[in-house]
Design a protein around this ligand. Structure first.
Ligand SMILES: [Fe+2]
Ligand SMILES: [Fe+2]
Length: 160
């Protein structure tokens, strides 16, 4: 198992902000999951790596559901393409999780996950921002609160 590639490039930064608090909180949670995944890889712990992949998958699933709901609610015109990107990533993540469980994980597979996340959040997600500006945003914040409770970004799993 090799490293997660250019780890330093995958840290959260303000250029990734959408300005929509609920979405930004979820994005930070996703990047935090990637950081924890990197740590697991650096520890060369296959069990923890697989566990962190499951955590990332759960966070990704919650986030995509809420983001797609928000885009639908605001008639985002590129919804179909955006959802296709989400589905492609979900499929890729499925195969990476499967590879991890069968001890066939590679650093390249993990690097792709982080790179995709960075690319998608910094480009595709930023595209919907004009349609979901805070003053227009119809999102019930309590919906997001259910999925990104305070402290979730600092979530650290129990050591396996
Ligand atoms: Fe997103
Ligand atoms: Fe997205």
């Amino acid at each position: 198992m090799t490293g997660l590639g250019s780890a330093a490039d995958l840290t959260w930064n303000e250029r990734l902000l959408t300005g929509i608090n609920a979405i930004d909180a979820q994005h930070k949670t996703l990047f935090n999951s990637v950081t924890l995944l990197q740590e697991a890889v650096q520890e060369r712990s296959m069990i923890r790596t697989c566990y962190m992949l499951e955590q990332l998958s759960a966070n990704v699933s919650n986030h995509f559901r809420d983001e797609e709901y928000a885009m639908r609610l605001h008639d985002f015109p590129h919804l179909t393409e955006h959802i296709r990107e989400h589905r492609d990533f979900t499929n890729h993540l499925y195969w990476v999780r499967k590879a991890c469980l069968s001890h066939e994980i590679t650093g390249e597979l993990l690097t792709e996950l982080g790179s995709w996340l960075l690319e998608h959040v910094s480009k595709s997600d930023i595209d919907y921002v004009p349609y979901l500006t805070p003053d227009r945003c119809l999102l019930p914040m309590t919906l997001f609160d259910m999925h990104t409770p305070a402290g979730n970004t600092a979530l650290r799993p129990l050591k396996p």
